[in-house]
Structure formats: C-alpha cells, structure tokens
Write a protein that binds this ligand. Structure first.
Ligand code: HPA
Length: 289
C-alpha cells in the first residue's frame, strides 16, 4: 500500500538532490562552506562577491524557478572578503505555490555541496512595540505556524542520510554565530539598531489582520514574515549551523484606530535604506566564521 501522506508525493529522493549537487560541482570548482539565502530586496549581497560563478536556477537540473519580481533567481558562487560562499539570489516562498519540500530543496543541495553554515536574511514586520523600522533582528528562535498546520518540510519519508526522524529545534539559531554577529555589529556601527528576538512565519501572501497581529504578540513573537523557517528546519535536520537576520521593514498594524496599511512598497523602501548595513554586517561576519 502507498504511504498515506499526500506530502510524500511531492518529496524528492536523495538521488535528485545529489544529481543537482553533482551538476553544480561540475560547473564550479568552488567548494563553499557558507551559504547565504538573500531575502526580498537583499540580493545585492551577491553582487559584492569576487571571482563569481553565476548559475541561473533555470539551468540547474531539478532546481525550482523563482517567480517573484525583485528576486533574480540565480546561485552566485564566489568570495566575500576572501571567503568562499554561495548566495541564493531569490528564494522560493510557500505562497508562490511551491510545496514545502520544493521551498527547502536548495538547502539539501548546499548540504551535499559541503556547506556547513547557512545564513538566512529576510524582510519582516515588527510585532515588538520597541522595534523601529530599519532595525535588524538576530533571530534567536522561531514559531513555525505552517508547521502547526502540517506544512513541515520534514513531513513524509525520512532519509537518514540527511538527518534523524525527530530533530531537535531548541537550538536552531546558533548561539556562537549570534555572539559573533553582535560583536560584528558593534564593530561596524550597527549596534544601535540591532535587536534579538523570535521570528514567526505565516504562509502569506496576505499581510496579517489586526487580530492576528495581536495573537502573534501574545504568543511571544517579535517579528513576522513569510519565509525562512522551512529552510532553517531543513538546514538543522542535516546539521548545518544557522544564523538568521530579519530586517524590520515595517511595523505591523495592531491598532483598530490606525490608518496605516501594510504594503510591499514600504518593505522594499526599507530594504533599500538598510541593504548596505546588512551587507557590511554579513560580509564582516563571514570572515569570523
Ligand atoms: N508581515 C508579513 N511579512 C512581512 C511583513 C509583514 O508585516 N513585512 C515584511 N514581510
């Protein structure tokens, strides 16, 4: 009898991931130990790399293709401050209609390429009333809302070559990397707008209602967004260390008297304003990893 889970049908096999990784190994001699997933409007980091090999997603066997405007849709291998890394310029969001296994496909490919550390960046709405627009939040923990609803990338058959059936998530965001990030933020003059908090992922693409924002605040979330958590879950499953950075692009509307409305234009404006700070932070941090 077939496995009962509908999600198992969308799963990829170890051989699929390996085919992609082997193809990439044949296309670049670079063997990065650090992968960076660039969030909305934060793909400029990849442009800073030297000795670049750029591989459009559409050319990579079995790789998904990005559909969001502002996401370039390519892997960029190269050196950031002399350190080899690979950047995803454009990530895959659940709200685009990808299944949750597809969203995390690149993470397992990175693992098979020999990557040991994953840096994820995203744009997020600030739920914590003390946060300002433009703050950078080090993610110390997450709330996996799609996971609560059965959309966890590890649902379905577990391949032990990636990791254990029931992985721990209480240590998802590496303490040592967070300490390095704090130290780097101080050195780079980013300390005054650095925060540390809990990221909550919702599936999107709708922004939150006022009641939903209040619920998330009650739950202890400091920022809300539509990405990152599936990739982090897949990365921790296969033993990658993770650093997560959320750029607080807007304050959520949690007040029935407010005339403010969440909108994508504000998100993009804030990412433009802070993109250089994030780039500076990540590129100096990477030399310490
Ligand atoms: N909500 C959800 N996702 C987001 C937001 C928000 O307010 N801002 C940027 N991404």
């Amino acid at each position: 009898m077939e496995a009962p889970s509908s999600s198992s049908s969308s799963q990829c096999s170890y051989e699929d991931y390996k085919e992609t990784a082997d193809w990439l190994k044949a296309h670049t001699e670079q063997r990065p130990k650090v992968a960076i997933i660039c969030g909305s409007g934060l793909g400029g980091l990849a442009d800073l790399l030297s000795d670049k090999t750029v591989v459009p997603y559409k050319d990579i066997p079995r790789f998904p293709i990005s559909t969001v405007p502002g996401h370039a849709g390519q892997l960029v291998f190269g050196k950031l401050q002399g350190r080899e890394c690979v950047c995803m310029q454009g990530r895959f969001h659940f709200y685009e209609g990808y299944n949750i296994h597809t969203v995390t496909y690149p993470v397992r490919v990175f693992f098979l390429l020999g990557v040991k550390t994953l840096i994820v960046t995203n744009a997020a709405g600030g739920l914590n009333g003390s946060y300002d627009v433009g703050d950078i939040m080090l993610i110390k923990d997450h709330i996996n809302m799609p996971g609560f609803a059965g959309q966890n990338p590890l649902c379905g058959h577990n391949d032990e070559r990636f990791g254990v059936r029931f992985p721990c998530m209480s240590d998802a965001y590496d303490l040592e990397l967070r300490a390095l990030a704090k130290q780097t933020a101080k050195e780079q003059g980013c300390n005054s707008f650095l925060q540390e908090g809990v990221y909550c992922m919702l599936a999107g693409p709708t922004y939150e209602t006022i009641a939903e924002c209040r619920l998330l605040q009650t739950l202890g979330a400091d920022a809300v967004g539509m990405s990152t958590v599936p990739e982090v879950v897949a990365a921790r499953h296969c033993g990658l260390r993770v650093l997560g950075l959320s750029l607080i692009t807007n304050k959520v509307v949690a007040d029935y008297d407010s005339n403010e409305k969440a909108n994508h234009e504000e998100v993009l404006r804030t990412t433009q304003r802070r993109t250089q700070d994030i780039q500076r932070l990540v590129s100096h941090l990477i030399t310490k990893i």
